[in-house]
Design a protein. Structure first.
Length: 232
């Protein structure tokens, strides 16, 4: 009988502590919340990636003029409104990385776009990938696009408002500039005009990473002569 009473008390105490943990955010509330939030975020990104990838694999339209490749920074732009006279394919997926772009390179090539503008890498950096790893993937992406007959334009990875992250971003961009020259493709420093004292200017961002409307307008002006240029 005594054992049952003790067991019942232990169960009751556990229940009450669990309730108090949630209600008053006691230890280990923060740890549990962090784990759950991180898992939910990862699941959300995975679902979005799979949805977008499956959508892009369907050949609704081919022979685009330009394809824009990247993560959410690219994906959030309304390229068809920024360049209304051109048929543009937006191949930006939120949370994507260089690995992700390689995994869906066929759907990008299948747009049969004449030109490809790419900006990718910030999520690799935020996920702790080495710069050498990112550059190796970039080389694979660029060469795949060149082999398909596209003119390739590399755009610098956008800096953020975090100086620690920007150290890695600048290191990556320095190598991307050199890689672009090596592979014979045009490189754009998109950060020129968007930065303020070494970080992304508050005038052009909504959260320290992504651009607002004014930021996208600056980006457009940087590349528009190359986007609109025709060899015909």
């Amino acid at each position: 009988m005594m054992k049952k009473v003790i067991l019942l008390l232990l169960v009751l105490c556990s229940f009450l502590y669990g309730a108090a943990t949630v209600e008053y955010r006691l230890l280990p509330y923060g740890i549990i919340k962090g784990i759950v939030s991180k898992k939910a975020e990862m699941n959300s990104k995975t679902i979005k990636y799979k949805y977008k990838k499956s959508f892009f694999e369907q050949e609704y339209v081919d022979d685009f003029d330009v394809v824009f490749i990247g993560d959410s920074i690219t994906g959030w732009a309304h390229w068809n409104e920024l360049f209304p006279t051109l048929l543009t394919a937006n191949r930006g997926i939120g949370g994507d990385t260089t690995d992700g772009v390689i995994d869906r390179i066929d759907s990008i090539v299948n747009t049969k776009a004449k030109k490809a503008f790419i900006m990718i890498g910030i999520n690799d950096i935020l996920n702790g990938k080495e710069i050498s790893f990112i550059v190796t993937n970039y080389k694979i992406i660029i060469e795949s696009l060149l082999e398909s007959g596209m003119d390739v334009y590399v755009q610098s990875t956008l800096i953020t408002q975090r100086r620690d992250v920007n150290l890695k971003v600048r290191e990556l961009n320095l190598i991307l500039r050199s890689l672009s020259k090596q592979l014979g493709v045009k490189y754009f420093d998109i950060n020129l005009g968007l930065s303020n004292e070494g970080v992304l200017s508050p005038k052009y961002t909504i959260d320290g990473i992504h651009l607002n409307g004014a930021g996208y307008t600056k980006w457009k002006k940087k590349i528009e002569s190359y986007v609109n240029f025709s060899y015909k």
